[in-house]
Design a protein around this ligand. Structure first.
Ligand SMILES: NC(=O)c1ccc[n+]([C@@H]2O[C@H](COP(=O)([O-])OP(=O)(O)OC[C@H]3O[C@@H](n4cnc5c(N)ncnc54)[C@H](OP(=O)(O)O)[C@@H]3O)[C@@H](O)[C@H]2O)c1
Length: 241
């Protein structure tokens, strides 16, 4: 039977490309999302992939959502923690709310999701947890103290959990994308994008969501079992860690 892969934020942007690539690789895919019902419906119509609505920032909702996915499709073998948001502001203007929303979604969301799939993965002696961090978690970014802190935290979480999962056949890895052409990045002022961001990328362009998705498929495979605790950069040469 096909393995089940659950992708958070899996109906739009990078997550949608990940969901489609995993489906093409033979997985039964469940795509979680937060609130954009129209995008989720269009995604299911296009791909046949089932979508599930809950917030990764809500522990109980994650537990209930994962239970539902497992009842519908079977045990989750691959978890891709991709859901993420930005609430950018220079630190002196950043509100506690902007800090909290980003930490709750981009960092605590990983705890909330992984905690409910972990016991089953340990029992079955197989699991793949793939966390989508960011180049800005590796290098820091002005205007993103909240986002950089959360994304750096994702890498620490990955390294700690990799050690705990190793003997149980569970690998835990992170991917740190650079700037990828999704709605999150298109929301950046075009002048800033063209004059300040793209010139910092040696390949001279934004990345494509599919370029992150192929890394997820690689890390999900059974024969990727010796790769754990790593952070794979996919950033067009913008930053080497
Ligand atoms: N784009 C980039 O350049 C870039 C670079 C580095 C890292 N990343 C990371 O890559 C991931 C995907 O980014 P993206 O650019 O594809 O973002 P996006 O286009 O804005 O899509 C975000 C997805 O996450 C979902 N989401 C947001 N908050 C959620 C929550 N609380 N619970 C469940 N789902 C939630 C959204 O659901 P709805 O559709 O319901 O809104 C949507 O499906 C994020 O973690 C981001 O930080 C992106």
């Amino acid at each position: 039977m096909a393995k089940v892969a659950l992708v958070t934020g899996g109906s739009r942007g990078i997550g949608a490309a990940i969901s489609k690539a995993l489906q093409a690789a033979g997985y039964t895919v469940a795509a979680n999302y937060a609130g954009n019902d129209d995008a989720a419906k269009a995604f299911t119509d296009e791909t046949g992939i089932k979508t599930y609505k809950w917030s990764v920032a809500d522990y109980d909702a994650c537990a209930a959502g994962i239970k539902q996915v497992e009842e519908d499709l079977g045990p989750v073998a691959v978890l891709v923690n991709n859901a993420g948001i930005t609430r950018d502001a220079m630190f002196h203007k950043m509100s506690p709310q902007q800090w909290k929303e980003v930490i709750d979604t981009n960092l605590t969301g990983l705890f909330n999701m992984t905690h409910s799939v972990w016991p089953g993965m340990r029992e079955r002696k197989f699991g793949r947890v793939i966390n989508i961090s960011s180049v800005n978690g590796q290098k820091g970014q002005a205007g993103q103290a909240n986002y950089s802190a959360a994304k750096a935290g994702d890498i620490g979480f990955t390294r700690a959990l990799a050690q705990e999962g190793a003997r149980a056949g569970i690998t835990v890895n992170a991917i740190a994308p650079g700037y990828i052409g999704t709605e999150m990045v298109r929301a950046i002022d075009e002048k800033v994008l063209n004059e300040r961001i793209i010139p910092q990328i040696p390949v001279g362009r934004l990345g494509e969501p599919e370029e992150i998705a192929r890394t997820v498929v690689f890390l999900s495979a059974e024969d990727a079992g010796f790769i754990t605790g790593s952070t794979i950069s996919a950033n067009g040469g913008q930053f080497f860690s």
